[in-house]
Design a binder for this molecule. Sequence first.
Ligand code: MN
Length: 480
Amino acid sequence: MSPAKLDPYKSKRDPARTPEPMGPDPKKRSSQGRSGASFVVQEHHARALHWDFRLERDGVLVSWAVPKGVPLDPKRNHLAVAVEDHPLDYADFSGEIPKGEYGGGSVSIWDSGTYETEKWSDREVMVVLHGSRVTGRYVLFKTGGKNWMLHRMDPAPEGWESLPELVRPMLCRAGALPASGRGWTCEFKWDGVRAVTYVDGGRVQIKSRNDLEITAAYPELHALGRALGSRAAILDGEIVAFDEAGRPSFGLLQQRMHVRGESATRRLAQSIPVSYLVFDVMHLDGRSTLGLSYRERRALLKSLQLAGERWATPASYSQRPQAVLDAALAAGLEGVVCKRSESPYVPGRRSDDWVKVRGFGTQEVVVGGFTPGKGGRSGTIGALVLGIPSAEGLRYVGKVGTGFSDAHLKELAARFAKLTRKTSPFVGQLPRSQVADATWLRPTLVGEVRFSEWTRDGRLRQPAWRGLRPDKDPGDVAVE
Ligand code: MN
């Protein structure tokens, strides 16, 4: 080894300020007497999480920083950025590089072992790794400048499945509490928006229940990827905004749901931060968990120890469902979801294995028109004319004239401007006196109301507006 090889390494580090090894110590580690050359992969939680891939060669560790880690899927090449050669004894290093120093953050050994070289040129390095987490043939090939690609040449390890791009959330049916709690587990029902999170290589992608990408809207949840390190997972949960009393507030959350634009999003993430309450896992580390029972999936979820500032796995209860519901309502929550303990996860389906039970009614509705405001609300919206789709068309279920905040009214007025039409979108009889002065709308907006009960003629009694549901389509709306 030429001593100059480690100059770039040493020039970036001050031995007085970092615990990292500073180069060959002839009395310490030597490559002699070991079989084959060694490799190490270090997980490095620096400013950006990455994995350092290092191969022993000519007395140093030739190194690349791999932002998404070593791929196990031969179909996915991962970027590998060439970095300075590291001293051999760096292979044993784990610990904390002080903040502010080069590469500040924690380093742990993700895998290590030996390797054989099949080819080594300036542009291409082909090796066979023998580690405890990674075994197999890999090639690194240069794509330009410091950028290389790391590609697995062997098939994925046996039984290993890549992270699917889309797993739709399993849906609940609204119903009554299971008569006997036996075979059921209950969770509190969180009033927020459903979100499925894909975590791979320390990165997260968040999708809404209608498959829209909503990652950018919730920057405070991105650190969940770093928290999971090299684990690959698909998680199911609810994004919730808590009010000052610690209760989920759908109204607060709504201020986050519609926001586009990076600076506005970042500002709101500070003033109205959300929490991600994770209640299920659909895929973990190269294996689908859909076929496992709820009980088994919960055990896996627990093992992930998701307990960050902005995410958690809320408890599940095997007590009597009525006792769980009472506790939920006493805590100001809207109800519970009871799940059959032995049931599998059925993506995208409404299932009898998951039953949501509410202490009061909420109902999703399609907005088909509005009537003008009177008195203090003149010039704005008075009430919304609501419907629920049926086989024949949109069926009238009543009007809602309370529950609006000023922000709601402004937002609705803006949306309505583009949706007006001349004719009623409803089928069947409408109570003429109720809708005489209505402006009709194309029935594309979905909202949610709280109400006391259904009247005998199929109308909502005492409805109050809760807000728009941009995450739902009119086709999703049905009597709950
Ligand atoms: Mn690094």
